[in-house]
Design a protein around this ligand. Structure first.
Ligand SMILES: [Zn+2]
Length: 174
């Protein structure tokens, strides 16, 4: 199903009262914090948000996000594709005090104005959904010995390690 773009700002409390559901896409390039940690040119993130009030009359937003990004493998340092998915149930809090009393099943989100920045919410979810140390499932590092076997031809610049060795010697002598 082709989805339209999500609005950036949205009156989330009103949406909770009306129990609205919203789904759509966001260009990953519009999410600057995400774009600074993953490679995501031309990536679209799809998100769906469900606004409701629970039995305690709390304002609750259920958020699902998904998108395909590129991350650097911690082992071989190549960029690898990664499907990121995240889900959270947020409770809209009007103050820090209310956030501190937020029950465990919700993530508190302090927001005082009328309009909630949905892009920020989506970006935060995606960042939390990223693995701390992404790696290829296969032992990608096996490719490395091949690299080492290739001799590096020609290098007229002084070897930086030689310079380092000289420095070490100097400091030893003085
Ligand atoms: Zn790898």
């Amino acid at each position: 199903m082709k989805q339209g773009p999500l609005p950036k700002c949205f009156d989330a409390r009103k949406a909770c009262v009306k129990e609205l559901e919203l789904s759509g896409v966001v260009k990953a390039s519009a999410l600057s914090r995400l774009a600074s940690v993953v490679s995501c040119e031309d990536t679209t993130i799809s998100a769906s948000l469900r606004f409701l009030r629970d039995e305690q009359r709390r304002f609750v937003v259920s958020v699902d996000v998904a998108g395909d990004v590129g991350v650097r493998c911690e082992r071989c340092l190549d960029i690898m594709p990664l499907a990121v998915e995240a889900h959270s149930t947020l409770m809209l809090c009007s103050s820090d005090e209310q956030a501190q009393q937020c029950p465990n099943q919700y993530e508190p989100l302090v927001y005082t104005g009328d309009e909630l920045d949905l892009y920020e919410v989506i970006e935060e979810e995606l960042l939390l959904g990223l693995p701390v140390a992404p790696m290829h499932e296969a032992m990608c590092i096996d490719a490395l010995p091949e690299l080492e076997a290739t001799p590096i031809v020609e290098d007229r610049k002084p070897n930086p390690f030689a310079v380092l060795a000289n420095l070490t010697n100097d400091s030893n002598e003085s």
